[in-house]
Design a protein around this ligand. Structure first.
Ligand SMILES: Cc1ncc(COP(=O)(O)O)c(C=O)c1O
Length: 512
């Protein structure tokens, strides 16, 4: 049977609906909105190489797998807080934060000062000597976690953090098998690639083995779900599968799927279970409330460790909590972090309990850069900025406003193409569909060329967002956590104009 997440059939918006749409749009609804004011003046120096040369080098000398966004790739030359400038000094609102990484804002003055001070003092010594910065930072980071999570291992990327978590889970439990969710992304190293549940990230080469995937508990596109499932200010517009007076049918269904996988496919004892608190690359998929708690119990009953991948959801982004797992009422055995931890500085970490961490002493374990004084000073300053500028609170306030405004688009004029709006805080997804179909099982994802048309239009109006999801039809909105209400208004206004222009393109192509 065709899984709804994989459906790619193309259909068109019915001509009558389209005509009605165009008849009710005014010319002002297609005018590009103005970016909120910004008094920062970017450096006016010309790019050293020039765009043409950069594109030539990109083709010749860089990883051929790197595919920049946009038909005319964007050359970003400068950043300040939530804004970036291109090589023509044009300003954009960055609502993707370098893939959920610029957490406190581009070129934050405190970070500039920290990097300058620390690099004059000490950059690198390696862990064969002590340095003050990593100790101060480890204690500060551990203070952000509930006990007994207090042992930090620093490294350089999210993939490496998940590699280390995997190693510890296997070394600690003495078991080998690991379970993860379909549609999950956990990294691109040869041990995290098989953890991912998305085919486009898998190379046809022998990889680390021992991974099993269970159903993705997606209340919008999955087999079961409804309008009360998500821990979000915005619910699906899908009717609910729950029986009156019963628990959440979706949480129960997906927990049973996991139980089935555990009992039918795996040995009695497993090493662990990996999950993001909200799936990022997979298109901001949130699970039904209670699912992770049930998964935790099932994994524990088989001696496994619960590993929470907070690479995207950590550091206050989800608003109500500092870590996404806290919204699910569990304390994982291991938590992995990267991206927003360093606001773009190469830094990542794993935190676990003393006893799980001791599994790393069974052999030598080392990496050269982990806990480097410069990256530790940056990580420490990022934590201070999040607290001083109340960025978690801002994520909650501004993110909830944005979610609600996007939901108005879904429930109003654009209900035929905006299928779903979801997320928490500033971890937001907007899923584009092709027709007014309300039935989640038969609704069709908007084809990628149409999604790209809207995406390119947003860029042309000064709005940068991301894309994701298994059908490439989810806009991912995960900006630096310092955005303002004016940025929210601008984002929504740009999307409205881009959607109107999408209708016009459809009308033009239907006349051909
Ligand atoms: C949830 C999640 N885990 C792990 C990773 C891997 O991180 P990195 O690219 O730093 O290796 C990513 C990257 O996108 C991610 O989104």
């Amino acid at each position: 049977m065709h899984h709804p997440l994989r459906r790619t059939t193309v259909s068109r918006l019915p001509a009558v609906i389209l005509q009605r749409k165009l008849a009710t749009s005014s010319s002002s609804s297609k005018q590009p909105p103005e970016l909120p004011p910004c008094d920062f003046v970017p450096d006016l120096a010309e790019s050293k190489l020039g765009k043409f040369e950069i594109e030539r080098i990109h083709k010749l000398n860089l990883n051929p797998s790197l595919k920049p966004y946009y038909s005319e790739p964007l050359l970003i030359t400068q950043g300040h807080r939530q804004y970036v400038w291109d090589n023509k000094k044009r300003r954009y609102l960055d609502m993707f934060g370098g893939i959920v990484t610029t957490s406190v804002g581009h070129s934050h003055p405190t970070l500039l000062e920290t990097i300058s001070r620390q690099s004059r003092k000490l950059w690198h010594v390696s862990s064969v000597y002590l340095n003050e910065e990593v100790h101060e930072y480890a204690a500060k980071l551990a203070n952000h976690f509930p006990e007994p999570l207090n042992n930090v291992i620093f490294c350089n990327s999210g993939s490496e953090a998940n590699d280390i978590a995997l190693l510890m889970a296997r070394s600690f439990t003495g078991a080998f098998d690991v379970v993860a969710l379909r549609n999950a992304y956990h990294g691109c190293s040869t041990s995290t690639m098989p953890l991912c549940g998305v085919g486009v990230w898998k190379f046809p080469v022998p990889l680390n083995f021992g991974f099993t995937h269970t159903a993705c508990p997606d209340p919008y596109r999955g087999r079961v779900g409804g309008r009360f499932c998500r821990d979000s200010p915005v619910q699906t517009n899908r009717s609910c599968d729950c029986k009156e007076g019963g628990g959440c049918a979706a949480a129960e269904y997906y927990a049973e799927e996991l139980e089935e996988v555990l009992s039918s496919t795996l040995p009695k004892r497993i090493a662990g279970f990996f999950a993001e608190s909200i799936q990022g690359v997979g298109g901001t998929v949130q699970y039904p409330k209670g699912f992770l708690q049930r998964a935790y119990e099932l994994v524990k009953a088989r001696g496994g460790l619960f590993i929470s991948d907070e690479v995207q959801t950590g550091f206050g982004r989800t608003g109500e909590h500092f870590w996404g797992f806290q919204g699910h009422g569990i304390v994982p055995d291991i938590v992995t972090m990267a991206k927003g931890i360093g606001n773009g500085f190469p830094l990542a970490a794993v935190i676990t309990t003393q006893s799980v961490a001791s599994s790393l002493t069974r052999a030598m374990h080392f990496n050269t850069f982990g806990g480097n004084p410069l990256s530790s000073a940056v990580g420490s300053a990022v934590l201070d900025i999040i607290e001083a500028e109340k960025l978690q609170e801002n994520s909650l306030r501004v993110g909830t406003l944005l979610l609600r405004k996007l939901a108005e688009l879904r429930d109003g004029r654009f209900s035929d193409i905006v299928g779903d709006v979801r997320g928490k805080g500033l971890m937001i997804g907007l899923e584009l569909m092709v027709s007014k179909e309300r039935n989640h099982r038969t609704a069709v994802p908007m084809p990628v060329e149409q999604v790209n048309g809207i995406f390119e239009d947003c860029r042309s109006m000064g709005l940068i967002i991301g894309k994701g999801g298994p059908s490439g039809n989810v806009f991912r909105i995960k900006p630096p956590m310092c955005i303002t209400e004016a940025d929210v208004t601008f984002t929504v206004d740009v999307l409205k104009v881009a959607f109107e222009r999408h209708y016009e393109r459809l009308a033009r192509s239907s006349q051909k």
